[in-house]
Ligand binder design. Structure first.
Ligand code: AMP
Length: 190
């Protein structure tokens, strides 16, 4: 299996780049943000809880997200690998992911950080807000919360993967195709 963590602040282009990676390497896209938005649309208990955090730009508690991820992995036993997009977002989640993958005899091959300057992130998110329909893209305050959550809780995961020699930084500026090329080059060398 080839399991990749696609990592970066909100607006870094994780969703867009995940599409390139899944096509190129025949992987399955697993976005916890998408899964949570589906839960909200279906008005499940999990969705109702998650919405309270998501709409304000805060992370959903680890216990809820980890449980959801484990269930999702159980449902797709036949896949050749995953692009994890938006997961893990805390060190606790990174540890849980390692644990569940190792139980299945596999592991993360690499963690790919898309690095983008803050001004550019806010610009991209405000532009996306016009078409995404996502409540958490609406308004500078919510976006600032999301970036703050990233800086406080998510960014430290970099050290967790660096300690395992799995950390790769990719410049997330430039055209979508240029960034995809850089990613593909890095993944091909893993
Ligand atoms: P995303 O689509 O990845 O930008 O995620 C949208 C929102 O869903 C985030 O701002 C969080 O509120 C929530 N979310 C998604 N993935 C996670 C996660 N792994 N841990 C906690 N919250 C998450």
């Amino acid at each position: 299996m080839l399991n990749l963590v696609l990592f970066g602040p909100p607006g870094a282009g994780k969703g867009t780049q995940a599409d390139f990676l899944i096509k190129k390497f025949h992987l399955t896209h697993l976005s916890t943000g998408e899964l949570l938005r589906n839960q909200i649309a279906e008005r499940t208990e999990l969705g109702k809880k998650a919405e309270l955090y998501m709409d304000k730009g805060f992370l959903v508690p680890d216990s809820l997200v980890i449980e959801m991820l484990k269930n999702e992995l159980l449902e797709h036993k036949e896949v050749t690998g995953y692009v994890f997009d938006g997961f893990p977002r805390t060190v606790e989640q990174a540890k849980a992911l390692d644990e569940v993958l190792s139980k299945n005899g596999t592991e993360i091959a690499g963690m790919l950080l898309l690095s983008v300057e803050k001004d550019e992130l806010i610009k991209r998110l405000l532009a996306r807000a016009k078409t995404s329909g996502r409540p958490d893209d609406q308004g500078t305050e919510i976006i600032e919360n999301r970036i703050h959550e990233y800086d406080e809780k998510t960014r430290p995961i970099k050290d967790y993967y660096a300690a395992q020699n799995k950390f790769h930084r990719i410049r997330g500026m430039g055209s979508v195709e240029e960034i995809a090329e850089r990613l593909i080059e890095t993944v091909s060398a893993l």
